[in-house]
Design a protein around this ligand. Sequence first.
Ligand code: ADP
Length: 386
Amino acid sequence: MTQFLDSNFKLGILGGGQLGKMLCKETNEWSINTHILDKSVSFPSGRNATAFVEGDYNNYDDVINFGKEMDVITIEIEHVNVDALEVLEKEGKTVHPRPSALRIIKDKGLQKNFYADHNLPTSDYELFESKADILNAVEDGRVTVPFVQKSRTAGYDGKGVFVVSSSAKLEQMMDCPSVVEDLVDIEKELAVIAVRNPKGEVNTFPIVEQEFHPTANLVEFLLAPAEIDILIEEKCKNLAVDIINKLDVCGLLAVELFLTTKGEVLINEVAPRPHNSGHHTIESCSSSQFEQHIRGILNMPLSQIVQNSPAVMVNLLGADGHTGEAIYPGFEECISQSNVYPHLYGKVMTKPFRKMGHITITDPDREKAKEKAKLVKNSIRVEAKQ
Ligand code: ADP
């Protein structure tokens, strides 16, 4: 009998946010016992998990105590205690993604070094310990403005990324161990999600194109499939397969890419878990990113992934100026239309630009999907109760 269909089998997920919630939805379909570790059962996956353990996925003891009760352990966020995962792996637990890969991915400096060591294309960079070291390098002419400063370990959703567009911005830099990289002339921001299982099977999802919110630095619209040349598409997919193999990751690896104005494809960063850029797959593909992650980490066959319809995904962000208990004016107008699929994560409190949900719009005609997405975006809002 397949082990994970045994009623005693336990899958453990570190992190109880929206990604955990959507993973639980998939495991519920196959009745796989899924246990979550996070600080509060009131978090998004609290009501979907088989069991929820309150604790800190950054705390060594909490991760050990949780993990030793599980058969397979995975993550929905990479900022977890890797030392504990390494010990659990040594003791014979199955941990995906492998802690060795997670250690590299968690640190943007180690990620960059990995790409350089494996001849994978990425923007030129240098690593620095502090703001003072970067300022010295600028003075010596070793670093020239403009450039991008990225905190090696603290970043998430655009936080920890600072564009030094002119010398006037130098003083505002973060004071932390950083990657300093060339400011890329970006034509399009693309993402491709690859999936792999321990047997070595690898598959990729269609490429998506991301459009960013001008001030929040979060994805505003996501278009799938991306409007790109077939050769670029092949290049992106081959790169994703190459990276997932080289990092020895099982489950998902989301690869964020820059298509430059010169037509080059550069790796920005990777995430070894479900990704915002793959949310549309729930409605638009033959198998969702969440299902594929489960297949990958449990060593199930990966089915062929087919996109059944073009899709546009809109993140539902907390409205600027609104902090407090969330309400969703315009929700009914939003669901009065066909092929509009809202997902509310169930976060009790909203604050400006907090990711509170997403909406996928499918349509055989991509232009119509885009138009509908704009209407939907203007109809629904996330505000705080007065
Ligand atoms: P995070 O890990 O917070 O998502 P990213 O490294 O993806 O941070 O950077 C966030 C955004 O900043 C990118 O999506 C892109 O718009 C911009 N960005 C990052 N690196 C560069 C770069 N080297 N050149 C130009 N823009 C960049």
